[in-house]
Write a protein that binds this ligand. Structure first.
Ligand code: NAP
Length: 518
C-alpha cells in the first residue's frame, strides 16, 4: 500500500493545504469561494484582452465529475466569437512578434512565476473540473508551468545560420521567424499542461494564439489566461474561446489568418483537422491517441516493474494518452507479476480528488464510463479473468473500480482500443521477438515502456519499438526538456524541448547578392 501511494502520489500534500482539503472535501462550496476570492474563477471567454460572454448569451455548465455539482456556467461560443478571436490574434501579431526576444522572455517568466505562486488554487480548479487527485493536480501545475519557464528561456535562443556561399560576392543567411496566428485545440485530461505545452513555445517565438480548451475543463484555461494578462502578455496575444467545437474548429481551419493548427486529442478529430487544414495549407502539429505497450521481461526487478506499471497505467485514473494500455508479461514472471500487481491495484483508494488519501478519481463523464464498461464486458465475455475490480464503483457517478484483467488475447476489443480508464490488461508472451511484434502491431506509436535488468536488451528493444517515447524501468517519463510526440497515427511534430519551438517557426533563406557592386 505504501508503495502504491508513493508510486502514484510521491510525497504528501503541504500541511496548510491538507487542512484546507479536509474542509473542502466535506464542503465543496469552500473550494469555489476560495477560488472566487483569489480572482481566478473566470467564467467568460477572452478576446482581445476583454472577458466576453457568448454573443447570443448561451451558456453551458461546468460540472464537478466527483459530485455532479455545477461549478460555474460559462459561455457557449461559436463561429462569430472564434472569428473575432482570430482577428484579435492577427492584429496583435504585428506588435507581439516585434518585441525583442528578451522582452517576450521576461513576460513569459513572469507568467511562470504567477502560475507557481498560485499553484494551490490552480490545482484546486483542476481537481474540481477534471476530477484527478489534488496531489496529481499539483504535479500538473508544476509540469504545465515548466513549459512556460523552459520556453521563456528558449525564446532567446532562436538562432539562424550563415551558410558558406557558392559564389564569392554573395552571403547566405537563414532566419527563423514566427509562423503567425496559432489555433490550439486541447483536451480535458490535462487542462493546464496541454495548453502551456503549445502556448509557451508559440508566444516565445513571437506567434499569437487562439486557444480552444475542452468544454469539460475551460476554467483552468481561463485562470491561466488571467495570470497571463497579469504577467504582461499583451491583450490579444492569447485568446480563449470554447463551446461549439466543430464551429470553432472550422473557423480556425477556414481562416487564412491562422497559419498553424496545434491539436491534442483523439485520433479521429485529429484526422479531421489534418484534412481541414489542407485547403489553406496550414502547418500542423498533432498529439493524438496512444495504445502503449508495457513489456515486463522475465529478468525485470519485480518491485520496479510493479511500481512503474502502476504509475504508467493508473495516473489520472487511466485517462492519459501515454497510459500503459497493453501490459505484456513474459511467461516466466507472469504469475508473480500478476499477483503483486493485482495486490497493488486492489489497494488504490478511490474517491473525490479533494480527499487527501484519494489516488483514483472519477472518470470525466458517463460516456467514458460506458466505454470502459463495454470493453470489460466484451473481454470477460471472451474469456478474460478479472483479477481485481471489473465493475462500477459503489461510490456511484462515474467512479469505476481499478481493474486488472488477466489472460487477455487479440480477439478482445480491449487489446486494440485505447481504454482511457482504470483497467489494466495482462497478456502473456514467450520471446523478446514476440513481444516486439505484438507491441508494434498497432496504428498508434506514442509511448512504450519496458522493464528489464539487461542493458543490451534495453537498447535492442528501445530501438525496435515504433514509438516516440520509450520508458526503460520507469513509468513516468514526460518532462519539458525532452521531446514528446508520436510515430504513426499518434501524431505529427514534437512538443517540449528544443525541438518543440521549431513547430512555431518558419525558416527563411535570404541571399545577399552582388556585394561588390552595390
Ligand atoms: P477529443 O474528443 O478529440 O477532444 C479534444 C479537443 O478537440 C476538445 O477541445 C474538443 O472539444 C475538440 N473537438 C472535438 N471535436 C472537434 C471538431 N470537430 N473540431 C474541432 N475541435 C473539436 O479528445 P478527448 O476525448 O478530449 O481527449 C482524449 C484523447 O486525447 C485520447 O485519445 C488521448 O489519447 C488523446 N490525448 C493525446 C495526447 C498526446 O499528447 N498525444 C495528450 C492527451 C490526450 P470539446 O471537448 O469541447 O468537445
Amino acid at each position: 500500500m505504501a508503495m502504491c501511494r508513493a508510486g502514484l502520489l510521491g510525497s504528501r500534500l503541504p500541511h496548510p493545504f491538507r487542512i484546507l482539503c479536509r474542509q473542502m472535501s466535506t464542503e465543496p462550496r469552500v473550494a469555489v469561494d476560495r477560488l472566487r476570492q483569489s480572482g481566478l474563477l473566470r467564467t467568460q471567454g477572452l478576446i482581445g484582452g476583454k472577458w466576453i460572454d457568448a454573443y447570443d448569451g448561451k451558456t453551458i455548465p461546468v460540472h464537478n465529475p466527483a459530485t455532479g455539482d455545477v461549478i460555474a456556467n460559462v459561455p457557449f461560443m461559436g463561429r462569430n466569437e472564434a472569428i473575432n478571436a482570430i482577428s484579435s490574434a492577427h492584429e496583435t501579431f504585428t506588435s507581439w512578434s516585434k518585441l525583442t526576444a528578451n522582452e517576450r522572455s521576461k513576460r513569459l517568466r513572469k507568467w511562470y512565476d504567477l502560475i507557481i505562486s498560485h499553484k494551490e488554487d490552480l490545482a484546486l480548479l483542476i481537481t474540481l473540473e477534471q476530477g484527478k487527485p489534488l496531489k496529481e493536480s499539483l504535479g500538473e501545475v508544476n509540469y504545465g508551468a515548466s513549459f512556460i519557464e523552459f520556453f521563456a528561456e528558449e525564446a532567446k535562443r532562436i538562432y539562424g545560420d550563415i551558410i558558406p556561399p557558392t559564389i564569392d560576392d554573395r552571403r547566405l543567411l537563414v532566419l527563423k521567424q514566427p509562423v503567425g496566428v496559432v489555433g490550439a485545440i486541447t483536451p480535458w485530461n490535462f487542462p493546464l499542461a496541454m495548453i502551456t505545452r503549445k502556448v509557451g513555445p508559440a508566444l516565445a517565438s513571437g506567434c499569437t494564439a487562439v486557444v480552444k480548451p475542452s468544454e469539460y475543463t475551460p476554467l483552468t484555461a481561463l485562470a491561466a489566461a488571467e495570470l497571463a494578462l497579469q504577467a504582461g502578455i499583451s491583450p490579444g496575444a492569447l485568446n480563449i474561446v470554447f463551446g461549439n467545437a466543430p464551429d470553432i474548429g472550422d473557423s480556425l481551419l477556414e481562416s487564412t489568418k491562422v497559419r498553424k493548427i496545434t491539436f491534442t486529442g483523439s485520433t479521429a478529430v485529429g484526422k479531421k483537422l489534418m484534412a481541414g487544414s489542407a485547403s489553406t495549407v496550414k502547418k500542423i502539429s498533432l498529439e493524438l491517441g496512444g495504445n502503449a505497450p508495457c513489456i515486463v521481461f522475465d529478468d525485470a526487478d519485480l518491485d520496479v516493474a510493479v511500481k512503474g506499471t502502476l504509475a504508467a497505467k493508473f495516473r489520472n485514473s487511466g485517462q492519459t494518452c501515454v497510459c500503459a494500455n497493453r501490459i505484456l508479461v513474459q511467461e516466466g514472471i507472469y504469475d508473480k507479476f500478476a499477483s503483486a500487481f493485482a495486490k497493488a491495484v486492489q489497494a488504490l483508494e478511490v474517491g473525490n480528488g479533494l480527499i487527501e488519501t484519494t489516488v483514483q478519481g472519477p472518470l470525466i463523464n458517463e460516456a467514458a464510463l460506458e466505454k470502459v464498461e463495454s470493453l470489460v464486458k466484451d473481454a470477460t465475455g471472451k474469456g478474460a479473468d478479472v483479477l481485481v475490480g471489473g465493475r462500477r464503483h459503489s461510490l456511484g457517478r462515474t467512479f469505476y473500480e481499478p481493474t486488472v484483467l488477466g489472460n487477455v488475447n487479440n480477439e478482445m476489443l480491449i487489446s486494440s482500443q485505447e481504454v482511457f480508464g482504470p483497467v489494466a490488461r495482462l497478456l502473456r508472451f514467450k520471446t523478446e521477438e514476440e513481444a516486439i511484434q505484438i507491441a508494434n502491431d498497432t496504428n498508434a506509436g506514442l509511448a512504450a515502456y519496458i522493464f528489464t535488468r539487461s542493458m543490451p536488451r534495453s537498447w535492442r528493444v528501445s530501438e525496435a519499438l515504433e514509438y516516440g517515447l520509450v520508458g526503460v524501468n520507469e513509468g513516468l517519463i514526460s518532462t519539458e526538456v525532452a521531446p514528446f510526440g508520436g510515430f504513426k497515427q499518434s501524431g505529427l511534430g514534437r512538443e517540449g524541448s528544443k525541438y518543440g519551438i521549431d513547430e512555431y517557426l518558419e525558416i527563411k533563406y535570404v541571399c545577399l547578392g552582388n556585394l561588390k557592386e552595390v
